[in-house]
Design a protein around this ligand. Structure first.
Ligand SMILES: [Zn+2]
Ligand SMILES: [Zn+2]
Length: 990
C-alpha cells in the first residue's frame, strides 16, 4: 500500500510544461529533490529515466498526483506522454531547449521539446539546443531524475562529473542564440499543423503522413547521409560533428539541425504538391538507381508494404520508368492509383470475356506488328487480371479465365508493344489497361461473362432453326450440318460469351487452321440481314436462360482519352471505302488491309459493321428452294385442293402451269393434304413378243419403235425393262456402224468389223503396223502409245480368233502369222479398200508410210544393243563373259540348281522374285552371250492355253541352259568375290 503525503507547499504548472519540469519546480519549492517529491506522491517504482516518467505514468497515478497537489483533474494529461503514440514522437530520452524560453519562464521546460520533431522555438525563431553549452560537457539535458537532498538549480546542466557528487551545473539559459532559417521555420510549422490535424477527432491524411514520417526520414538519411549532414551544418554551423548512429528499430536520435535538414526534404516528398514530390523522389532515386527492387533501396519491404501515407504511391510513380512492364501493370505505377497490390484479380474474371472486346482489340492491335490476332486478344483479357494482384506471376488467373494463355504469351505481348517504333506505346497501353481495370473495379460490367461461359450451350442453334433463319434472310444454310451451321453456332457463342475458340477444350473449338479461316470468312462476309437475324436469335437465347443483360458490352470509349494507342479506331475507317474494296471489287481482306494501310484484323472488324447486301441465289439454290417450299406450304392447303382439283376438276399439270411450282411438289402437298390423285392416263400396252422381235432381232432403236407406235420413247424403254428384254447401251448400240452387215466381204474382215465401232480403224492400223519392223516404231508413226496399239491388235486377234503376228525381238522384225498374211491380202482387195476409206474419219485415215520413214524405222529397231563392256573371255569356255551383278548370280544359281530343263520368264520370276523388267533383258543378254538357247512356245500349246472367250495372251519363250553356259555359270558362282574390287572383272556390282 502506497502512502501519499500531501505536499506542504504547492506550485502551479505552467502552460505546455512537461511533468518532470513541474516536479523539479515542486522540489525546489519544498527544498527537496525531485525523487523525494515523487516518492512523497507515491510514485516510487519508476526507474531513473525522465522519459519513463513522462511517457509511462498511467492515469490512476496521474489522478493521484493531481489530488495530492491540488490540481484540477486531467490537468496533467497535457504535461505527459503522447496522446497518440507513434505520431507525435514524444519519445526522446532527453529534451531540447530554447535558452531564451528557459530564461523567461524561470527554468520551466516545455513538453513539446521532448518531441523528436521539435526543431525551433516558434516564439523566438531560434533553433533549439540539443546539448549543454558547457565547453567540455555536451551532455543532453533532462535524461535522469535527480536524487539527493536538495533540488538542482533551475536551467542548469545536471550531468554528474565522473566519480564525484558534483554536477556540471552549466547554465543552459545562457546558451548562444541559433537563428533558425525560414525554411526550417516553415518545416516546423508544417509539422505543427500536421500534429494539430492528427490530434483533431476523425480521420485525417495528416495521421498517415505522421505515421510514416520517421520511416521516410530514416530512409532519406540512409539514402544520402553526406548530403543530409552537409545540410544540417548549413543550418547549425556549431552542431556536433559526430554523426548520430541510428538504433535498430527505433527512430534515430537526431539533433535539431539534422532533423530540420531531413524534414525539409521529407516535407517535399510527403507534402501536398504531388508533382514536385514525385520529381523529388525521381531525382533522389536516379542518384541511387536500383530498378529491380520495387520497394525503395535502403528500405525494408515489410515497412514499405504497410505504409499508410502517400509515400508508397509517389515512390512507385517516381520509379515507374525503370520497372519491367509486368510490374508496372501489377502495381499500376503509370497511374495515380499506383499501389502495392492487395486486391485479388480473380474477382475480375467474371467481368472479362476470353477474347478482348473487338473494338478495343482494334485500337490496341498495331497496324504493323506480328501479333497473332486470337492469341493477342486472349492475352489482353488475361492481362486485365494482373493490375492490383499480389501474386508475382502474371498468369495466376489465366487458368481460370483462359488456360491456353501462358505467362510467356503475356510477356511477349507486352514486349511486342515495347518494341514498337513509336516508343511510348507500352506506356499508353498499360495506362489503358489500368483504366479499364479501374472502371471494372468501380462500376463492374452489365454482363456476367463467367455465367455466360457456364450456361450458354455449345448448340446455340439447331439445324432446323438455322436453316429457317438463314433461308428467311436469303442466306445459304450450307449443304451439311457441320459447315455453316457450326460457324453460326460459333458466331453466336462468341457474340454472347466472348469465348476463345482456339482453345481446343472448347466444344466448338477450331479443328484446323483452315476451319478457323472459313469461320473468319463466315463472320466477316455475313450479309446485314443475317447478322441482324443472328443477333435476334442470340437475344432470344438470353431470354430463354432468364439472363437480363444487354447482348454485348464494351468498356466506354472515353477511357482512351489522351492516349496514343498503337492500333486504330476501326470506327474511323471509311465504311464506303471498305465496302468498295471488299464488296464491289471482291478483294480479299488482306488486300484491302494493304490498300487501307491497316492490319488485316482492322478490316475484319470494320466489315462486321458494314451493311453488306444479301446474295442473289439461283432458283435451285437452297434459299430459293426454301422460299418456294414456304410459298407452296401457304398455298397448297386442303381447301385449295378441294376447290381447284376436286371441284373445278383441274389437273395437276394445269395447277403447276398456273403457280409455277413443280408438279412433284404439288403432288407431295396433295398427298399430305389427304387428297387421292386421279390416274393421269390409261396404261399403254405394247406386245412383248413383237417388241422383242423388233428390238433384238431387227435391231431397231427405241425412238424408231416409239414413232411407229405413236407414243413416247420413254414408254418403249419402260416396256423393255418391264418385259426383261436386255437393253443395248445407249447411243453406241444403235449406231449405224454397229448394225451394219457385210455379207459380201471375206469372213476374216467381217469378223473384224461387224458389231464393233472401231473395227476399220484397227484393220487400218494393223496394216500400217505390219509395214514397220516393230510395234514401237509403228506406234510412233501412228502417234499413239505402243501399249494402246498392242491392245488394239490383241482385240483384233480376239475378233478374228487367231494370232495375227509374231512379236519382234531385238534384232528381228515382227512378222505376220499365216492368218495375218491372209488378212493383209484381203485388205488390199479392191472391194474392201473403198469401204475402209469411207469408214475412217479424216483423223484416222493415215497414209501408208513412205520408204524413207520405213528405212529410218528399220534402223532404229534393228540397232544392236549397247556393248555391255569388254570382259576378258574365260578362255577355256567358248561363251561371252558378262558382268556379274547380284541379280545375275541369283538367276544363275537358280538355273544351275533346278531340275527343270527348260524355263520361261514368268516361271523364273515366281521362283527368283526378279522383276520382269530386269529378268527379260538379262535372259536376252545370256542368250546372246551363248549361255542360253531359246525357242517360242508351240503354237498349239499357246492357243490351247488361252482361257475361253479371250485371246491367247503373250506367247511364252522357253530357255535352256547350254552345256557351256552351265560350266560358265558354275565357274562364276564359285569365284570368290570381294566387295568394291573394281580390278576383278567378275566382281559383284551391288
Ligand atoms: Zn524560445
Ligand atoms: Zn553540462
Amino acid at each position: 500500500m502506497t502512502t501519499i503525503t500531501t505536499l506542504p507547499l504547492r506550485t502551479p504548472i505552467t502552460a505546455g510544461e512537461s511533468l518532470d519540469s513541474w516536479i523539479d519546480a515542486l522540489a525546489r519549492r519544498n527544498d527537496t529533490s525531485p525523487r523525494e517529491v515523487l516518492r512523497a506522491l507515491g510514485i516510487d517504482h519508476l526507474g531513473q529515466s525522465i522519459r519513463q516518467l513522462v511517457d509511462e505514468l498511467d492515469s490512476t497515478q496521474l489522478r493521484r498526483i493531481e489530488a495530492a497537489t491540488g490540481l484540477p483533474p486531467h490537468r496533467l494529461d497535457a504535461a505527459t506522454g503522447p496522446a497518440v503514440p507513434g505520431i507525435e514522437r514524444l519519445s526522446m530520452h532527453c529534451s531540447r531547449f530554447c535558452p531564451r524560453c528557459l530564461a523567461e519562464a524561470d527554468g520551466r521546460w516545455q513538453l513539446s521539446w521532448r518531441s523528436s520533431w521539435a526543431m525551433v522555438c516558434g516564439r523566438h525563431r531560434l533553433l533549439l539546443h540539443d546539448t549543454c553549452p558547457g565547453p567540455d560537457c555536451r551532455a543532453t539535458p533532462r535524461v535522469q531524475i535527480v536524487g539527493g537532498a536538495t533540488a538542482p538549480p533551475a536551467s542548469t546542466c545536471s550531468r554528474p562529473i565522473s566519480r564525484s557528487w558534483l554536477r556540471c551545473g552549466g547554465e543552459l539559459f545562457a546558451a548562444a542564440d541559433l537563428p533558425a532559417p525560414d525554411e526550417v521555420l516553415d518545416a516546423q510549422s508544417w509539422i505543427d499543423q500536421l500534429m494539430a490535424a492528427a490530434r483533431a477527432p476523425g480521420p485525417d491524411p495528416a495521421h498517415a503522413t505522421l505515421t510514416d514520417l520517421h520511416l521516410v526520414v530514416a530512409w532519406l538519411l540512409r539514402l544520402d547521409r553526406a548530403a543530409a549532414i552537409a545540410a544540417a551544418r548549413a543550418i547549425n554551423p556549431r552542431r556536433h560533428a559526430t554523426p548520430p548512429q541510428p538504433r535498430n528499430g527505433s527512430p534515430p536520435d537526431l539533433d535539431a539541425a539534422l532533423t530540420a535538414a531531413l524534414l525539409i526534404r521529407a516535407r517535399t516528398v510527403l507534402g501536398d504538391d504531388e508533382a514536385s514530390a514525385i520529381d523529388e523522389l525521381r531525382a533522389l532515386v536516379t542518384k541511387h538507381p536500383n530498378p529491380q527492387r520495387v520497394s525503395p533501396p535502403e528500405f525494408t519491404k515489410r515497412h514499405f508494404v504497410v505504409m499508410p501515407s502517400q509515400f508508397p504511391n509517389r515512390y512507385l510513380r517516381a520509379v515507374d520508368a525503370d520497372l519491367p512492364g509486368a510490374v508496372r501493370l501489377r502495381m499500376r505505377t503509370i497511374t495515380a492509383s499506383a499501389a502495392i497490390p492487395r486486391a485479388d484479380g480473380a474477382a475480375r474474371i467474371r467481368m472479362l470475356p476470353q477474347l478482348f472486346w473487338p473494338d478495343w482489340a482494334g485500337r490496341l492491335l498495331p497496324v504493323a506488328g506480328g501479333f497473332h490476332t486470337d492469341l493477342f486478344r486472349a492475352a489482353l483479357s488475361v492481362l486485365l487480371t494482373v493490375p492490383g494482384d499480389p501474386s508475382q506471376r502474371m498468369d495466376t488467373h489465366a487458368g481460370l479465365l483462359n488456360p491456353r494463355v501462358t505467362a510467356a504469351n503475356l510477356s511477349i505481348t507486352l514486349q511486342g508493344f515495347d518494341k514498337l517504333p513509336s516508343g511510348s506505346a507500352l506506356t499508353d497501353v498499360l495506362v489503358l489497361l489500368c483504366r479499364i481495370t479501374e472502371h471494372l473495379d468501380q462500376h463492374g460490367t452489365p454482363i456476367d461473362y463467367q455465367r455466360r461461359r457456364e450456361q450458354i450451350p455449345a448448340e446455340t442453334i439447331t439445324w432446323d432453326q438455322w436453316r429457317d433463319l438463314a433461308c428467311s434472310v436469303g442466306a445459304h444454310p450450307g449443304k451439311h450440318r457441320q459447315g455453316r451451321l457450326r460457324h453460326a453456332q460459333r458466331h453466336l457463342h462468341q457474340l454472347l460469351s466472348g469465348a476463345d475458340l482456339a482453345d481446343h477444350r472448347h466444344p466448338l473449338a477450331f479443328r484446323s487452321p483452315n476451319d478457323r479461316g472459313t469461320f473468319v470468312e463466315f463472320t466477316t462476309a455475313m450479309a446485314a440481314p443475317l447478322r441482324r437475324a443472328l443477333n435476334e436469335h442470340a437475344e432470344s437465347i438470353l431470354v430463354n436462360l432468364a439472363i437480363d443483360e444487354p447482348l454485348t458490352w464494351s468498356p466506354p470509349t472515353d477511357l482512351a482519352d489522351g492516349l496514343a494507342l498503337p492500333g486504330i479506331d476501326t470506327g474511323d475507317l471509311d465504311p464506303d471505302k471498305v465496302s468498295r474494296l471488299v464488296v464491289d471489287e471482291h478483294r480479299s481482306s488482306r488486300e484491302a488491309a494493304e490498300v487501307l494501310g491497316v492490319h488485316l484484323e482492322h478490316v475484319r472488324i470494320a466489315m462486321e459493321r458494314l451493311d453488306q447486301p444479301r446474295r442473289q441465289w439461283a432458283p435451285h439454290a437452297a434459299p430459293a428452294a426454301w422460299l418456294r417450299e414456304q410459298h407452296a406450304a401457304r398455298l397448297f392447303t386442303r381447301e385449295f385442293f378441294d376447290r381447284e382439283y376436286i371441284q373445278a376438276g383441274r389437273s395437276l399439270n394445269d395447277i403447276a402451269a398456273d403457280t409455277g411450282i413443280g408438279r412433284h411438289i404439288i403432288t407431295r402437298f396433295a398427298k399430305q393434304a389427304g387428297i387421292s390423285l386421279r390416274r393421269a392416263r390409261a396404261p399403254f400396252r405394247i406386245d412383248p413378243v413383237w417388241l422383242r422381235e423388233q428390238y433384238c432381232a431387227q435391231l431397231r432403236s427405241t425412238a424408231d419403235i416409239a414413232v411407229e407406235l405413236g407414243t413416247e420413247q420413254m414408254r418403249v424403254n419402260n416396256a423393255l425393262h418391264q418385259h426383261g428384254i436386255p437393253v443395248r447401251p445407249q447411243g453406241v448400240a444403235s449406231r449405224t456402224e454397229m448394225i451394219m452387215t457385210f455379207d459380201h466381204l471375206p469372213p476374216i474382215i467381217r469378223a473384224s468389223v461387224e458389231g464393233t465401232l472401231h473395227g476399220w480403224i484397227r484393220l487400218h492400223r494393223f496394216r500400217i503396223t505390219m509395214a514397220f519392223p516393230s510395234l514401237g516404231t509403228a506406234a510412233g508413226y501412228l502417234g499413239i502409245k505402243s501399249n494402246s496399239l498392242l491392245h488394239q491388235l490383241r482385240l483384233l486377234e480376239r475378233h478374228v480368233g487367231a494370232p495375227l503376228f509374231h512379236r519382234s525381238r531385238r534384232g528381228t522384225a515382227h512378222k505376220p502369222t499365216p492368218h495375218g498374211q491372209t488378212l493383209l491380202r484381203e485388205l488390199d482387195n479392191e472391194h474392201v479398200q473403198p469401204l475402209m476409206t469411207a469408214a475412217l474419219h479424216a483423223c484416222n485415215a493415215l497414209a501408208m508410210p513412205d520408204a524413207k520413214t520405213l528405212a529410218h524405222a528399220v534402223r532404229e529397231a534393228m540397232t544392236p544393243p549397247r556393248n555391255p563392256g569388254l570382259l576378258k573371255p574365260f578362255g577355256d569356255i567358248p561363251v561371252g563373259r558378262l558382268r556379274m551383278t547380284r541379280t545375275t548370280l541369283t538367276l544363275l544359281r537358280h538355273l544351275t540348281t533346278t531340275d527343270a530343263e527348260e524355263f520361261y520368264g514368268h516361271g523364273l520370276h515366281q521362283c527368283t522374285s526378279i522383276q520382269h523388267g530386269t529378268l527379260y533383258p538379262l535372259l536376252r543378254s545370256l542368250e546372246q552371250a551363248g549361255w542360253l538357247t531359246s525357242r517360242d512356245e508351240d503354237e498349239a500349246d499357246w492357243l490351247a492355253g488361252a482361257p475361253p472367250g479371250c485371246g491367247p495372251g503373250r506367247r511364252r519363250t522357253y530357255y535352256r541352259l547350254t552345256p557351256n553356259g552351265r560350266r560358265a555359270a558354275l565357274r562364276e558362282l564359285n569365284t570368290p568375290r570381294k566387295r568394291q574390287n573394281s580390278e576383278n572383272p567378275g566382281a559383284t556390282n551391288p
